[in-house]
Ligand binder design. Structure first.
Ligand SMILES: Cc1ncc(COP(=O)(O)O)c(C=O)c1O
Ligand SMILES: N[C@@H](CCOP(=O)(O)O)C(=O)O
Length: 497
């Protein structure tokens, strides 16, 4: 008890000190901001344009790895480099670096939680680092991002012996997954291109359920037709109804995700349908803001570990890019160690990692409760390997039982996790057991979707209906007669346990 009281007093002292530091920091940042604004004003004046219209920053497509002189405007419809490799969005880092780290911190901090269009969005609050050239009126946003960085205090302490565990709730979003972050960027760019007269009749994607939900919602908001290719009977009912409700053309195809992906690539090469999967690097520009947001939420400090469930593998690179930009522009001083967590039933990255990256081989992805990552031939494999090698990264896997147990266990401390987040939590558990992650390491688990999208498997778990699984944390409802003594019997049995 005494030590608890000491801890509370200590926390209050830390809070008061931080508040004082915060006040001093805010006024210093306001000064930096005023100076940098004056510089921006001068630069705009040189261009003879009002500040907000001056094109001070820019971005373009370049090959992900390859000829640095090959480049394309973001207004071009292009998904691959000349050699057939992946593309990346490259920013004019020199222009961004004209402004000191304190300028960017102050600017980003100032925009959080406001209604000012479009900066109240967690993605567009970082507009200069995302799509600097797009006009505010072309942006299609639902004010995505700004998601809770949940301090998993009880889960960390009681189940993992950790004191600094956080869960970034990217699934607490308009369509219930992190895909909204990328889709606002991509659909905004499509909106701009259509206004410019580019012949793009629709946007399209292959999906395991979350990309399609986000694409159809953002396209509907902008009045752009959308087409989604879904593997028949392989996504949840909640995910299926999302594009249906948003008026998308939904093709339910008798194949798996990898088959849908192959088809959409062929179709978008033939028809004026803009490809909205993460093969298109515009998506990753929006997704990377979650990493910048994590640094911001930690007052511009970098966590030690970031654990991400991986499928098509765009997101791990997006996070890497966000952290790297923060480091390169001096907002933080290092990169976190990145961990990708895969379902054992769909683990091509894990297998390649175990072979020392010697050889990557696509696999036939088997069914998994983490159905959104049932992917055997990830399009961003090269991006993922790069992000992991640059951060001394790790890949872990989780069996069906491990992921469902981990999600259920964490739910007992107030969360409501989807199976994909369960995969990441199970990976964390293993890394704690192996003593790779230490008790005080600041660790962030990326929760990629809302648990409410996956109630079917969660209910089946709690009703012990999942074949081959013990369902260790099952908590089925108790069926009781409409009778006072029957209710009292149940309560006394339970309460005396
Ligand atoms: C809920 C969820 N988690 C994780 C992922 C994996 O993300 P990525 O494909 O970028 O690796 C996806 C989609 O693939 C997803 O929908
Ligand atoms: N989980 C994804 C799979 C496709 O990923 P993408 O990021 O390449 O669009 C989905 O929900 O469809």
């Amino acid at each position: 008890m005494l030590s608890q009281r000491n801890a509370v007093t200590q926390t209050k002292v830390v809070q008061r000190t931080r508040a004082a530091e915060g006040r001093a920091g805010r006024s210093a940042r306001a000064g930096v901001r005023a100076n940098a604004d004056a510089d921006l004003g001068k630069a705009a004046a040189r261009e003879n344009k009002p500040l907000e219209k001056a094109n001070l920053f820019s971005a373009k497509f370049t090959p992900f790895a390859g000829d640095a002189s090959e480049e394309y405007s973001l207004d071009e419809v292009i998904y691959r480099s000349k050699s057939g490799g992946l593309l990346d969005v490259t920013h004019d880092m020199e222009a961004l670096a004209i402004y000191p780290p304190e300028y960017w911190k102050a600017l980003f901090d100032e925009r959080v939680g406001k209604t000012t269009w479009p900066y109240g969005s967690g993605v567009w609050s970082k507009k200069e680092w995302v799509l600097p050239g797009i006009a505010d009126e072309d942006i299609v946003s639902m004010f995505e991002g700004n998601s809770n960085l949940f301090w998993a205090e009880r889960y960390g302490r009681e189940y993992l012996g950790m004191s600094d565990l956080w869960v970034k709730q990217c699934g607490n979003s308009h369509t219930g997954s992190f895909k909204d972050l990328g889709m606002t960027a991509l659909v905004s760019q499509v909106n701009r291109m259509r206004k410019m007269g580019k012949p793009l009749s629709a946007v399209g994607c292959a999906s395991t359920g979350d990309t399609s939900a986000a694409l159809s919602a953002y396209a509907a908001a902008a009045g752009i037709p959308s087409i989604v290719f879904l593997p028949a009977d392989k996504i949840s009912v909640a995910q299926l109804v999302q594009p249906i409700a948003n008026g998308a053309l939904v093709l339910s195809i008798d194949t798996d995700f990898d088959g849908c992906m192959r088809l959409i690539r062929e179709v978008t090469a033939e028809l004026p349908i803009y490809l909205a999967n993460s093969l298109n690097s515009l998506r990753l520009e929006g997704q990377k803001t979650a990493a910048i947001e994590i640094c911001q939420q930690f007052n511009w400090e970098v966590p030690d570990y970031v654990i991400i469930p991986g499928g098509n593998l765009g997101n791990v690179y997006a996070f890497f890019k966000g952290f790297k930009m923060c480091k390169d522009l001096g907002l933080v001083d290092r990169l976190p160690r990145m961990v990708v967590a895969q379902a054992a039933n769909a683990n091509p990255l894990y297998r390649a990692y175990k072979k020392g990256w010697d050889k990557f081989e696509a696999v036939k992805a088997e069914p998994t409760f983490a159905s959104a990552i049932q992917i055997g031939d990830p399009v961003s494999i090269d991006r993922a390997i790069y992000a992991l090698t640059e951060t001394n990264g790790i890949v872990e896997e989780a069996t069906e039982e491990e992921m469902m147990d981990a999600a259920a266990e964490a739910d007992l401390t107030g969360m409501f996790n989807c199976p994909h987040t369960g995969v990441a939590l199970a990976a964390l558990k293993k890394l704690r057991e192996q003593q790779v992650i230490a008790p005080s390491d600041r660790t962030v688990v990326i929760s990629t979707a809302h648990g409410l999208k996956f109630t079917h498997s969660k209910v089946a778990y709690h009703e012990k209906r999942l074949e081959g699984l013990e369902s260790r944390y099952a908590n089925p409802p108790v069926v009781v007669k409409d009778d006072f003594s029957a209710v009292m019997d149940v309560l006394s049995t339970r309460l005396n346990k």
